[in-house]
Design a protein. Structure first.
Length: 210
């Protein structure tokens, strides 16, 4: 499959982004509850970007492997985090054959960028070992938040079409849950982070694999 449309996603630095301020506290708590910190649990980061999040995982003692289709992202990761196992690769590839399966697979602020969400979800599922968990985040969209955006005249800035390589899918709890169920995940719950839940910035799906 041609990955040209995603391989040029731009990464100008190796720093965490603003969204990580409200995402990481919850994500770290979730992973910590799933892994034995004393054993150095294994985590796969699907869409690792510039490696900044994987480096936070590493700092917590976790054994991190990750891939991202962005040439620039992996270059930033290799330069600034050479101790990490991060490689160029796509969610459209058979990653589990190459890297195996993991008790925890994370994919933060990725699914809104993918052209083929069902293929992405199938790859995500294949990377999770039986009994394991996927943790996926994406900007939250729901009736009341969308209504507030419309009433305050912020729809154009929020759903901007003027961002190269920007968001191309806008997920709600209902649609993301269906995607994950169709991929084979069993028990799925959500947490909303950033602002009050009704106007949350992002949502985090926690999906189990039997």
């Amino acid at each position: 499959m041609d990955r040209k449309e995603i391989s040029d996603y731009r990464w100008g630095n190796s720093e965490l982004s603003g969204s990580h301020d409200y995402l990481l506290p919850t994500v770290l708590s979730l992973i910590g509850g799933l892994l034995d910190r004393t054993e150095g649990g294994r985590v796969f980061d699907l869409g690792c970007g510039n490696g900044s999040v994987a480096n936070v995982f590493f700092s917590h003692g976790w054994d991190v492997t990750g891939v991202d289709p962005s040439n620039e992202g992996i270059e930033q990761a290799s330069t600034h985090y050479p101790h990490l196992k991060l490689y160029e690769g796509s969610a459209y590839n058979d990653l589990s054959s190459q890297y195996g399966q993991f008790p925890v697979v994370t994919s933060l602020e990725v699914v809104e960028h993918v052209y083929y969400p069902r293929l992405y979800a199938a790859t995500l599922f294949s990377l999770v070992e039986p009994g394991g968990t996927a943790i996926i985040s994406t900007p939250y969209h729901g009736y009341w938040k969308n209504l507030v955006l419309a009433l305050t005249g912020r729809m154009d800035s929020h759903f901007t079409v003027l961002w190269d390589n920007g968001h191309i899918k806008f997920w709600s709890i209902k649609t993301l849950k269906k995607l994950l169920i169709d991929a084979g995940f069993d028990y799925i719950r959500f947490e909303r982070v950033g602002r009050v839940p009704t106007l949350a910035k992002s949502m985090i799906a926690i999906a189990k694999k039997k």
